[in-house]
Ligand binder design. Structure first.
Ligand code: FAD
Length: 317
């Protein structure tokens, strides 16, 4: 079932989770171990992130270095298919522009369709580890908008090979990313929102947001979207703060602010277990308020201390 169908038919607030594929060398059981405790909350869907290859320098026997491509977390599509079979829960694979040619994108979408996966979250992806800015593949997409358009084309039976006539029309429900605190490369919020509107006008069915710790930022974002004529569902992305270190790593990695009240409370903590308690309370109150606000789904990023999310969702239900 599509994300938008879940939202349209929901009687109560929906919960969803986002997981990462395991590091290469681990089995699908590591995913089940992570997901088993979350199933009591009957998530409407589970997102699985996509991780492109990285270039690393490996030392050779003669002391020189060679540059090699390594994909540390492969398996997004396979994991989605496994989740759907194992739990009978919808899975939402993330698909990115980075590292993909248009042909590879088309083939990936065909694989998803053959597997019965009718949801996809389309993203640009970030710059590679050794790059200062995002570089598309020579025959790839520069922006999520272009990847979205290719997916919409496939939904209309338009394939890259122009001689395919009467091509099968896929039926993907397409999500895109939104940033309540602005995407870090955007010159300002207005410009960022205009690009978001372009993604929606081109066929995006819903928006999932970057994490935020101040609900007001989400409320303002939703209002700005609505004022601009963006009417699709907007799903808030949520994550608990669970260590002091994250006071600097989260803003650096995700370009989000930590509210003063929260950072002050965390600075007072003596141990990371104290931080977890503060982070849990904060996330719980964020969730309660977002539920009251009428958010269609609460989407939890499970990376890190998953038990904190379990505690929050259990209290919320
Ligand atoms: P875009 O929408 O392409 O925007 C990128 C930047 O370009 C923005 O500054 C935007 O304002 C600007 N822009 C957009 N369109 C245009 C245009 N036509 N002309 C000029 N400028 C434009 N990354 C991963 O690698 N794997 C994942 O699984 C993953 N999952 C994510 C899930 C969510 C919910 C979110 C919020 C992010 C996720 N990311 C993931 C991170 C994401 O790839 C990065 O934030 C990336 O930097 C931007 O992706 P985007 O899809 O928002 O890009």
């Amino acid at each position: 079932m599509k994300v938008t169908e879940h939202i349209a038919t929901a009687k109560n607030l929906l919960i969803s989770f986002e997981i990462l594929p395991p590091l290469k060398g681990k089995t699908i059981d590591s995913i089940y171990e992570k997901l088993n405790p979350l199933m009591e909350f009957q998530p409407a869907f589970i997102n699985v992130t996509y991780h492109r290859s990285e270039q690393i320098f490996k030392e050779k026997k003669d002391g020189t270095f060679e540059k090699i491509e390594v994909r540390k977390r492969p398996g997004t599509v396979g994991i989605c298919a496994a989740i759907m079979t194992h739990y009978k829960v919808d899975a939402v694979p993330h698909l990115i522009c980075g590292g993909f040619s248009k042909q590879e994108t088309e083939n990936a979408l065909i694989d998803l369709n053959f597997l019965g996966i009718d949801n996809v979250l389309v993203l640009r992806g970030d710059a590679g580890k050794n790059e200062s800015a995002f570089v598309p593949e020579p025959d790839g997409h520069r922006y999520a908008l272009d990847l979205l358009k290719q997916t919409v084309n496939l939904n209309n039976g338009i394939y890259l090979e122009e001689d395919i006539i009467d091509g099968y029309k896929t039926n993907f429900c397409i999500g895109v990313a939104g940033y309540p605190e602005k995407h870090f490369e955007s010159p300002n919020m207005t410009t960022d929102l205009q690009y978001l509107k372009m993604k929606v006008d081109a066929g995006a069915d819903y928006i999932t947001t970057q994490m935020f710790f101040d609900n007001q930022k989400f409320y303002d974002f939703v209002k700005a979207c609505r004022d601009l004529g963006i009417t699709v569902p907007i799903i808030p992305g949520l994550k608990p703060l669970t260590s002091k270190k994250q006071l600097s790593t989260l803003p650096r990695t995700f370009h989000v602010d930590i509210p003063t009240e929260l950072s002050n409370e965390i600075m007072k903590c003596k141990t990371d277990s104290d931080v977890e308690k503060v982070g849990e309370e904060w996330l719980y109150h964020q969730s309660v308020e977002l539920k009251k606000f009428g958010a269609p789904v609460l989407h939890y990023y499970t990376l890190g201390k998953q038990h904190v999310i379990e505690n929050v969702v259990r209290r919320l239900m």
